[in-house]
Design a protein around this ligand. Structure first.
Ligand code: MIC
Ligand code: SF4
Length: 643
């Protein structure tokens, strides 16, 4: 039987493990990336491993999230990252150089290579045929040290694309359409491969928009073939030598095939507060808009912003609308400037923000009270914009630009035509903001600069055989990491200060949680389906661990978060019968019995001491994961010599 693209890359990188759905496979990782909001913790973890130089082919540290420096914290973290990168063999992309995923695609991505990044949108690299995964910081630290990355061997889905996008219908609309079909948990446990005749008309940045938003489906990753389109992109970046053709075999088999006809698509929009609440833009046409934000790792390529400039040219943003534009990289911004498109953007009244994540993660530009915000981003979770009462919608750059001018949600297909925008033959290549590491022989002289905001790493406890704990918090379905550990300009600077961060844990659901969790001693959280969807931030596990949470019981978990829970030494369990979720009440005393034997057998009994009811919970952990939990987390396990 032939192989799919993912199967080929997995086979070539397999260290051990069976290539069968549900089995754990260890992969060799060629490249890593970190960003600053997760990177500080990842490098602190790397340092504790005592490995002098990274063992990957390429590791890059980006600064793109915490660029608002309203105190010393972020600037100190940037200096820490720059110095720790120089010392240990990591390239450093300076603040202002751009969003990690955009820059990595431009300057470092290589088809057929494996990449893990401490950011959930690392699958952006799948747009050029990389097998790229989002992971917790500790997993990235281990990979930098030459350790394997473990995935559960996935199911393989294929999206078979035919037809051609009509003018003003975009790759973003393709992503939103797939979210409409599959929902935010429809991709869990699967790698999504894109193919079919329709993909020849999609450029690498457009493909990257699609693989970027595969994260919102909960997918393990998403990937496109590497073909002549990929070669043209790499050539234009002056990197044709990195090109490697990569296709699935004609007789490759998939667990599921989804058909999308590009010609039939319309502009789509995701409504508050989930990326899968998708309807067509025309169904909401005329809705008032207060704010429009264009940018993020999903939609900030040169191609995206040239189209925006063409729509905004000689127009003015509606008086009731505040429009921000954050180019994805310095390359994008300088090329917009060189060709004059930047002038069209500025003349329209757009506010130019720096080449960074910015409003996507609540780093400034929060909406007004009760504001309606249209964003070209990938997430619209409650509170993520920095305000709780905003109504955030996700759209394409074309829909965003059309709506900014009209002052209300506008279907861009009603606009007069604009000239087609194609990729340049040659991008403007200037890597001066990417600092190479110190040569190995000089590394010992590099001093790592630590600011006072860096606090001690919290210590987790190994498991005893019985756990008595309070059910401190019960939440519903689709709880995101933004619920568990919010981000935003006020909190993000404290990513290396777990005690401070802990004050905001679950703030969106219940601001009394931190206090109650600390008072309870050992605690348990109960959740519904898809618990922990969204970001890769390991803080959503480290902070609950610091607050005494020993176990999370849910109907189902999101992939990266469950790995982070195990890495932090928190036991993830699922209900054997989802109806038992209803039987548990917040505040009750719970007892888990026979944990060690239960882990090995895949089943643990929970006794609700308040009602006396016994509930059977599933504990599907590999032997390695059991050993990590028994050691009290991955850091302890690695220090004890575990692989
Ligand atoms: C996000 O989009 O939520 C983030 C901020 O990029 C996170 C990483 C983080 O929390 O630092 C992600 O997606 O992994
Ligand atoms: Fe940055 Fe937003 Fe992309 Fe996360 S989703 S990496 S915050 S731009």
């Amino acid at each position: 039987m032939g192989e799919t693209i993912a199967q080929k890359i997995i086979r070539a990188h397999r260290i051990c493990g069976e290539l069968a759905p549900g089995k754990e496979v260890a992969l060799k990782i060629d490249q890593t990336l970190t960003q600053d909001a997760t990177g500080t913790m990842a490098y602190l973890e790397f340092e504790t491993m005592g490995i002098p130089r990274v063992k990957t082919e390429r590791s890059v540290a980006y600064v793109d999230h915490n660029t608002l420096q309203s105190g010393f914290e972020n600037a100190d973290d940037h200096r820490y990252l720059q110095s720790v990168a120089a010392k240990h063999g990591v390239y450093f992309s300076r603040p202002g150089n751009g969003i990690c995923h955009q820059v990595h695609l431009e300057r470092f991505g290589i088809p057929g290579k494996t990449l893990i990044g401490s950011d959930s949108h690392t699958p952006t690299g799948g747009g050029m045929g990389m097998l790229a995964f989002g992971a917790g910081g500790l997993d990235v630290a281990v990979a930098m040290g030459g350790g394997a990355y473990y995935i559960t061997y996935p199911k393989l889905y294929k999206v078979h694309v035919t037809g051609k996008l009509r003018p003003f219908v975009t790759a973003k609309d393709v992503s939103l359409e797939l979210l409409r079909i599959l929902s935010v948990k429809g991709g869990v446990g699967a790698i999504i491969e894109w193919g079919g005749p329709g993909i020849a008309g999609l450029s690498v940045p457009e493909r990257a928009t699609i693989t970027n938003m595969g994260t919102e489906l909960g997918a393990t990753t998403s990937i496109f073939p590497s073909d002549e389109v990929t070669r043209a992109f790499l050539k234009a970046q002056g990197r044709e030598a990195d090109y490697l053709p990569l296709q699935s075999d004609p007789d490759a088999e998939y667990d599921r095939v989804i058909e999308i006809d590009l010609s039939a698509l319309r502009p789509m929009i995701a409504c508050p507060h989930s990326p899968d609440q998708v309807v067509s833009v025309d169904s909401l046409a005329g809705t008032r808009v207060d704010q429009v934000c264009i940018g993020s790792c999903t939609n900030s390529s040169l191609q995206d912003l040239l189209k925006v400039a063409a729509i905004l040219k000689d127009k003015t943003v509606a008086p009731g609308v505040s429009l921000s534009i954050s180019p994805g990289s310095k390359q994008v911004l300088t090329m917009l400037s060189d060709c004059g498109a930047l002038s069209a953007l500025l003349a329209s009244g757009a506010r130019l923000l720096e080449c960074a994540c910015g409003p996507c993660i609540g780093m400034g530009f929060s909406p007004n009270s009760g504001g309606v915000s249209l964003r070209t981003f990938n997430r619209n979770f409650l509170g993520r914009s920095g305000t709780r009462d905003a109504q955030v919608y996700l759209v394409s750059p074309e829909t965003a630009a059309a709506s900014a001018v009209a002052g209300c949600i506008t279907d861009p297909t009603t606009l007069p035509p604009i000239a087609p925008v194609s990729l340049p033959e040659r991008f403007r290549v200037d890597d001066s903001a990417i600092l190479p590491p110190a040569p190995a022989e000089l590394a010992a002289q590099v001093q790592v600069l630590r600011g006072p905001n860096i606090k001690e790493f919290p210590k987790s406890k190994p498991f005893a055989d019985t756990l008595q704990a309070q059910l401190v918090l019960k939440v519903g379905d689709n709880i995101t990491t933004d619920h568990i550990m919010p981000a935003g300009a006020k909190i993000l600077p404290y990513r290396s200060n777990i005690p401070y961060l802990s004050r905001f844990c679950f703030e969106v659901c219940d601001p009394t949680f931190p206090e109650r969790a600390l008072a309870a001693g050992d605690g348990i959280v109960v959740g519904g389906d898809n618990y922990g969807q969204g970001s890769s931030r390991e803080h959503a596990a480290l902070v609950p661990m610091y607050l005494g949470i020993r176990c999370v019981i849910a109907k189902s978990f999101a992939r990266i978060h469950v790995a982070n829970l195990i890495n932090a030494g928190i036991l993830p369990l699922t209900f054997q019968d989802p109806a038992d979720y209803d039987a548990l009440e917040q505040g009750s005393r719970l007892r888990l019995e026979g944990i060690r034997a239960g882990m090995a057998q895949g089943r643990v009994t929970l006794v609700d001491e308040s009602s006396g009811k016994a509930i059977c919970l599933e504990c599907s952990l590999t032997q390695r994961q059991q050993a990590i939990l028994l050691a009290g987390g991955l850091l302890n396990y690695t220090k004890e010599g575990g692989q």
